[in-house]
Every structure is written in C-alpha cells, then in structure tokens.
Design a protein around this ligand. Structure first.
Ligand code: SAH
Length: 397
C-alpha cells in the first residue's frame, strides 16, 4: 500500500518575493506570480521551495503548473522530505482529533480537511462506515495515491467502504472499495440522516453546518420555523427534534425536498408538522412577503454566490436582498439565521450586507452569535481565506 503516487524529485521552485515567513507560518499556497520560473514538470510532482534571497529550501510540497495555486506546501520542518510515513503520520493526527471531537452519537464528520489537516488537496468525509474522498484537481490526484489511501482508511479508521468523488459538478462518484447502495444512514448528535455518497451535494451532506444546526435545535421549542435553501432538511429536522411546532422547508430541488421529508419521518416526527416545498427560494420569499406571512424562526442558508472575486458585488446584493426578505418574514422578537459559504466575502462585508437588508425592511437586529466552520473542518490559522462559512444568528426587533 502506498499513500503517495509521486517520488521525491529534484524539482526546485524559487520564490520571486519574500514569502518565507508566510510559508513558515503555515500559509500553504504559493501563487504563480510569486515564483521566479515555471519548470517543465507534470502536475503533482514533488518540489522543493527555495527562498528568494539565498535559495535556501524552506518547504517541500507539490507542483501544479496548470493552476494559479502553483505550489502547495506539505511540510516546512526538517526533514524536507515527503513519503508514506509522513502521510501516515498526518492521517493519524487527523483521526486523533476526530476521536477527541465525536462520540458514537455523531457518525458523520470530516476526517481530513486538506490544508487544515496538513494534507493539501485531500478531503475525506465519513458517514458511518463509508469514507468519501475528494481530491482537489489533477495535481492533487497525481500526488496522492487514492487507492492506497482507501486501503489505509479501511485498515486504520474502521470504515468498510470508500467512494471517490470528483470536484466537478454533475460527476457521479465511484466505489473504490465495498460497493453498496449509495444512501448511507448516519447520526448527528443522535439525530438520523442519510447521505447519498455517489450523487448528493458536496460528499452527500453539509457537515460544515453541524454546530449551527445544534444552535438552531436549542432555540426552536414551540416555534414556527421557515428553512430556506433547506437541501435535505438538516436545519429543519434539528428544529423539529428541538420541539418546533411546525417547520417549512424550501429548496428548488425536488429530490432534496423528498429527502427532507424522509429525514423528518426517520426521526419519528409527526408528518403534519413539516411542509416541504420544491420551488425557487427567491420567488417563495417575495410571495410570502407580499402575503405578509410571518415565522418565529427563519433560516436562510443559500449556495455560494461568490465563487470568484468577480462575482462579489452581485453576491453582496443577493445577501442584502435575502436579509431584507428574511427580516420581513420574521416575527418581532423572532430569530433570523443568515449564512454565507462564499469564500470571497469576509465576515465584515457579510454582516454589513445583512445589516443593510434588515434596515431596508425597517427592522433592527441584535447579533446573538456568529459562527464559522466546526472543529472537524480545521483551517491553518495563517489562511483566513479558508474560513469560508459565516453564520449570523440574530434576534429581529
Ligand atoms: N442548509 C442546507 C444546505 C444548503 S445548500 C443544509 O444545512 O444541509 C444550498 C441549497 O440551495 C441546495 O440544496 C440547492 O438545491 C438550493 N438552491 C440553489 N438555488 C436555489 C434557488 N434559487 N431556490 C431554492 N433553492 C435553491
């Protein structure tokens, strides 16, 4: 079993700027414009990064001449060498963190979070005894040995099956080990969910919202709840389990709504306390506003509106509009939860657009809590751009 597909090589990359401190502090990415030249070598080749002044080695990692993230640092401490022992140690560290975080009431979580676990480009989620691996592009696929990693996981993490998912949308996953029916049941704080590990969004579930779902669960007793962009009903079911009187889930995808209904029943909640509506969220919100409908708790967790720098302006106005509608639909004294998973929008500009939207609705809000990703989605402290998730829990006055 091998964990890396590439061998140590003589390839060196020379910095053109003084980024030594950033790299040493844990910033794992070097962009193309910070390198002196791009030698001919295949994506995923191991490379030694040299500083810009004296040409001393400062990191070892892998090369991607086809990407603007041209070098990913894997190791900045001596020995500057990458091999299977190095990889196995990183994997064991990642497993040890998850053992600290979860008991048997939570069996769906992220095992490896790429750079945040010191394994650049490698993501792996676990649903009960199935692991789902996602490699971030061709360089990561050439660097990491996915078949070897699948075997390693079976041997060391207790999973019995492994799936590979590709980054591109619309691509079905494939079984590497232990083929079975793709709908996998797992627990989140004792609540039952399923993930379609071959064709569900992300790797099948939005594991990154786990802590935020717990926050909602604790605040919904006796409430009427609206969950917009519900996907398979994560927030809806948690609200229901937390004692919500009624929950409405809205998502444009009928299969997601069907799964939300199924998850509701799977947890023994009463069928007439959930309404799943497959429709466009923007139209639903406009119509509900015109009809002057109100809910005690409104949750709005849209898809990423700003996947790139270019789409930031449009995204900010979309968040503002959602906050406007969300505030209008929230009872006085009710709760409004607004989320953003756009990595190009930071906490400050997200909260600003929420504030503007809420003011436009002639409402005021107080911020109860601000959350980000949970501990099984760790990020290098030196890479703020990895902290994409923003979740504002507000009380609407
Ligand atoms: N809150 C969910 C994750 C939401 S992901 C959870 O915790 O699991 C975003 C969801 O928005 C996806 O399910 C997608 O189907 C849905 N979506 C995207 N565009 C939409 C639109 N215009 N109207 C309604 N739903 C939409």
């Amino acid at each position: 079993m091998t964990l890396l597909r590439t061998q140590p090589s003589r390839l060196t990359l020379r910095l053109s700027r003084d980024l030594t401190r950033d790299v040493k502090r844990g910033h794992a990415w070097v962009f193309v414009d910070a390198l002196r030249e791009l030698p001919a070598a295949p994506p995923g080749a191991q490379a030694l990064l040299l500083d810009n002044t004296r040409g001393r080695p400062i990191a070892v990692g892998y090369y991607d001449p086809e990407s603007s993230v041209t070098f990913r640092a894997c190791r900045v401490e001596e020995p500057l060498r990458l091999n299977d022992d190095w990889a196995a140690e990183r994997f064991q560290n990642a497993l040890a963190l998850r053992r600290r975080l979860f008991d048997d009431q939570t069996t769906g979580f992220r095992l490896f979070n790429g750079e945040g676990d010191g394994v650049p480009g490698l993501v792996c989620d676990r649903y009960a005894d199935v692991a789902v691996i996602k490699l971030d592009g061709p360089a990561a696929s050439s660097f990491w040995d996915i078949d070897g990693i699948a075997e390693w996981l079976v041997k060391h993490s207790g999973v019995t099956a492994v799936v590979e998912r590709r980054k591109q949308r619309g691509r079905e996953g494939r079984w590497l080990i232990g083929e079975r029916s793709p709908l996998i049941e797992f627990l989140e704080h004792g609540v039952k969910f399923t993930a379609d590990v071959l064709s569900g969004q992300k790797t099948g579930f939005f594991l990154d919202q786990r802590d935020n779902r717990q926050a909602i669960r604790r605040m919904c007793a006796g409430s009427r709840v609206l969950n917009v962009f519900s996907y398979t009903g994560g927030f809806s079911v948690m609200a229901g389990v937390g004692g919500a009187k009624h929950v409405t889930s809205v998502d444009s995808a009928q299969p997601a709504i069907d799964a939300a209904d199924a998850h509701w029943l799977l947890n023994g909640l009463s069928a007439d306390a959930h309404a799943g509506i497959a429709t466009d969220a923007f139209e639903f919100l406009d119509e509900a506003r015109l009809k002057r409908r109100k809910w005690d708790v409104v949750i709005i967790d849209p898809p990423a509106f700003a996947p790139s720098e270019a789409s930031v302006a449009r995204a900010v106005s979309a968040y503002r509009k959602l906050a406007f509608n969300g505030a209008t639909l929230t009872e006085r004294g009710g709760l409004l939860a607004l989320a953003s998973c756009s990595s190009h929008i930071d906490m400050t500009s997200f909260l600003e657009s929420c504030e503007e939207g809420i003011s436009e609705a002639r409402r005021r809000a107080t911020l109860l809590a601000m959350h980000s990703q949970p501990a099984d989605h760790p990020t290098p402290l030196a890479m703020p751009e990895f902290r994409y998730l923003k979740f504002a829990l507000l009380r609407c006055e």
